[in-house]
Design a binder for this molecule. Structure first.
Ligand code: S3P
Length: 219
C-alpha cells in the first residue's frame, strides 16, 4: 500500500512525496460528494483525528459540537444545564443534517449523535461513517484532560464510559468502517484510517462497476 510507504507528514504536508499526494488526490476523487464522518465514544479522538484527516485530504473539517455551541451561543455544559439533554439532542440532529449538506467534508460528531435513528440513517446514506474505537483505559485517560463533558461531571468516569459504551457499541457497529484509535500519536491512527478508507472506497467502486455491468446490455 503506497500510503504507508510514503514519507508524508499529515501535520505539515511539507515532506509529502509526489506518490502519496497523487494517492490522496485519487482517494479524494473517489470519495465524490460524500462526507467522511467520525463516530465513537467521548475521548476516542474524533476531533483531533478528523482535523488531521481533513488536512491530509484537503477537505474542510467541521466539529458538530462546535457548530452546536455556535448556533446556541453558549457552551455544551451550559446547554445541558439550561435546557437539558433532550434539547441538546434535538439541536444535534438538526445541526448534523445541515452540515452534511455541505459535503464533501470531514465531520466529527459528538459521542451520542449516532444513537439517533434519524442521524444514523442520514449519515449511513450520505457519507462514509467511520467508528473510531478505543479501549476504556484510553478513553478514561483522554477525557480526564478536559472538564467540558456534562455526562461525566461529578461521576465515576470509568463506570459511565463503560455503561455508555455497552449501550452505544451496537449502534456504532453500523458504521461502514471501524478503526482502532491507539494510545499513540494521532498521525499513526490517521495513516491506518486512510489505508482502510482507501480499501473501502476501492471495494465500493468494484461493486458499483460490477452492478453497472450487470445492468448494461452487452454490445
Ligand atoms: C457527548 C459527547 C460530547 C458532547 C456531549 C455529549 C455524549 O462530544 O457531544 O458532551 O453523549 O457522548 P465528544 O464525543 O466529542 O466528547
Amino acid at each position: 500500500m503506497r500510503f504507508l510507504r510514503a514519507q508524508w507528514q499529515i501535520g505539515g504536508m511539507n515532506d509529502v512525496n509526489h506518490d502519496s499526494l497523487a494517492d490522496l488526490a485519487d482517494l479524494r476523487l473517489r470519495l465524490g460528494d460524500r462526507a467522511i464522518v467520525l463516530i465513537g465514544m467521548m475521548g476516542s479522538g474524533k476531533s483531533s483525528i478528523g482535523r488531521r484527516l481533513a488536512r491530509a485530504l484537503g477537505l474542510p473539517f467541521t466539529d458538530a459540537d462546535d457548530a452546536i455551541e455556535q448556533a446556541a451561543g453558549c457552551s455544551i455544559p451550559e446547554i445541558f444545564q439550561k435546557y437539558g439533554e433532550e434539547f441538546f439532542r434535538n439541536r444535534e440532529e438538526a445541526v448534523i443534517a445541515r452540515i452534511i449538506e455541505d459535503a464533501p467534508l470531514v465531520l466529527a460528531t459528538g459521542g451520542g449523535a449516532f444513537v439517533s435513528e434519524q442521524t444514523r440513517k442520514l449519515l449511513l446514506a450520505k457519507s462514509v461513517v467511520i467508528w473510531l474505537h478505543a479501549d476504556i483505559d484510553t478513553l478514561v485517560e483522554r477525557v480526564g484532560r478536559k472538564d467540558n463533558r456534562p455526562l461525566l461531571r461529578g461521576k465515576n468516569v470509568r463506570q459511565v464510559l463503560e455503561d455508555l459504551s455497552a449501550k452505544r457499541n451496537p449502534y456504532y457497529a453500523h458504521a461502514h468502517l471501524v478503526v482502532q484509535s491507539h494510545q499513540a500519536p494521532h498521525d499513526r491512527t490517521v495513516q491506518g484510517l486512510i489505508h482502510n478508507l482507501d480499501a473501502h472506497l476501492q471495494a465500493n467502486d468494484l461493486r458499483r462497476g460490477a452492478s453497472q455491468e450487470r445492468h448494461e446490455p452487452a454490445n
